[in-house]
Design a protein around this ligand. Structure first.
Ligand code: HEC
Length: 168
């Protein structure tokens, strides 16, 4: 059967057909194009892993506050304070490893490739900077401690800029 003469004659029919094609193609196209955009922090977490918000609030933030207080508001740095800084940095390094558990979880819950990769890079960066900070504290190097603490702050902020923009 040849439909084309019919289509040429019937403009409404042609338009309906065109609309049907657009409606059919639009949703998968939209999904493909928007798959890289951030979808939010998944609310559900399995029983064996705390919501990331709790980890941040109860563990990451207290170590950060301890560092900030010791470095900025409690001058001069004494050997005991360097030890405090080294201990908190070491904790942050461990916590950056705990963050690894959320990567595959968020992926399963619908995060796209770009969010997952970004999160993982920032998580690794946190571990690296915390390692440097711990090393500087163990050497009792005040200038390096200050400099790595600034890097650490920037790392927290750069991850939040994408996932919790209200924090930075
Ligand atoms: C790898 C990414 C990443 C890094 C690095 C990171 N965070 Fe977070 N942080 C998050 C995410 C994601 C949330 C949002 C959790 C939510 O809203 O469910 C968050 C939330 C928070 C919150 C809010 C918790 C609440 O009660 O709502 C605090 C405070 C926080 N982070 C502190 C820090 C500090 C301090 C650092 C650096 C030492 C840091 N974070 C580094 C990803 C990160």
């Amino acid at each position: 059967m040849n439909y084309f003469p019919l289509l040429r004659k019937s403009k409404p029919l042609f338009l309906i057909l065109l609309l049907a094609i657009v409606l059919l193609v639009a949703p998968p196209l939209y999904r493909a194009l928007s798959s890289h955009t951030y979808k939010g922090i998944p609310a559900a977490a399995p029983k064996d892993i705390a919501p990331i918000r709790d980890l941040m609030h109860n563990q990451v933030h207290p170590e950060y506050t301890m560092l900030s207080f010791t470095i900025w508001h409690d001058r001069p740095l004494t050997p005991a304070k360097f030890t405090t800084i080294a201990t908190s940095s070491q904790r942050l390094k461990q916590l950056s490893q705990d963050l690894n558990g959320y990567v595959s979880l968020f992926q399963q819950q619908g995060w796209g490739e770009r969010d997952t990769r970004f999160f993982d890079e920032k998580r690794l960066q946190l571990g690296q900077v915390a390692t440097e900070l711990e090393r500087a504290a163990r050497k009792h190097d005040g200038a390096q401690v200050t400099s790595f603490f600034l890097h650490l702050e920037a790392t927290c902020q750069s991850c939040h800029k994408r996932f919790r923009p209200d924090l930075s």
